[in-house]
Design a protein around this ligand. Sequence first.
Ligand code: SAH
Ligand code: SF4
Length: 401
Amino acid sequence: MTTLDIAHEKREDALAAAPRALRPSLVGLTRPQLMEALSGFGLPEKQLRMRAGQIWNGIYNRGLTSFEGMTTLSKELRQKLEAAFDMSRLEIVTEQKSVDGTRKWLLRLPSAVPGVPGPEIETVYIPEEGRGTLCVSSQVGCTLTCTFCHTGTQKLVRNLTAGEIVGQILIARDALGEWPDGGRNSEDRLITNIVLMGMGEPLYNFDNVRDALEVVSDGEGLSLSKRRITLSTSGVVPMIEKAGADIGCMLAISLHAVNDETRNKLVPLNKKYPIAELLDACRNYPGVSNARRITFEYVMLKGVNDSLEDAKSLVRLLKGIPSKINLIPFNPWPGSPYECSDWETIEKFADVVNRAGYASPVRTPRGRDIMAACGQLKSDTVKKRASERFRDEKTAAQPIA
Ligand code: SAH
Ligand code: SF4
């Protein structure tokens, strides 16, 4: 027995005794990362690609949560892998269903601190005629503080891992009964689109979002094309070009105002990256074309940004950028400082936008009765100051005796 074998055996013993959450998860690893994890585990080099492919198939085409069902692997190997790695789902705290068919899951992430429950996130499924959209979170809470957004009032923030981002899709597929193969080869696939419009600012969690989307769009797995994945950003200008180049998914911009004065109030990040810079980044977004338009989201706030002048400025501002406009009726939440524009005002605003050549610009609110609509997401996770988090993380980093 070599020193390496002994090291492996020791590690396996330790891991076999460890609780599930302490085993590294394979969910959300890109193919190269998965191969690396397996190589560290001691599999022969020439088998790596094949074994990674078999495990990938088990996780993303069959929806397996343990190695037991992966019968293309020997029993001995399955047992060893089971002791070393985790593939279990995030914990579902609650699942709610709206009268309009929208579904919302409150999910608990693994805790970094023993004895303290992990933070929570929300994921929403919106069925529509001919398509189904899953709205995925990228962070717990959000460091930005857009004044109309419920998530912005939630202070505890941590980035989701790639596995936690991908894990939300696996949970939805479980609940919708989309295994095996996730309807990949059929017309009646239930999740056809993914939007990163849940909690958090995806461009502040760039690497994990990029890796997760690589996994999600892999043609031999979940197989959702990048053209059916939309990343929504409040306008992190320096990361927009990188998103186009390294991720290549569709882009949505939370614009919400046509002048810097109003946008500074609604989206405080605008003070750092004002409208002109944001729109320049959009013009230069890699791959942007009439077939791959950028979506501009515009929340309708009574008396704030909903005048006919605003509508005309919006159209003028976006001239020359291949774009779609999405007018979002404001979704209220307890204590929100705004009201939704009147329906008549929204229609008049939409008329101006329509006449400029933008089709069906108003987004129907979905799942309002279960607080699942845009900007209503907020779990009960409570505020923690950075110092507290630092202390917790330090404590969590101590070995458990
Ligand atoms: N942080 C990213 C993605 C998540 S927010 C972003 O801001 O783009 C998803 C969308 O919901 C954004 O366009 C956001 O501005 C919008 N939104 C937030 N709160 C809302 C509310 N109360 N009513 C309607 N839309 C809201
Ligand atoms: Fe964060 Fe987006 Fe909400 Fe602004 S709108 S606070 S960026 S989640």
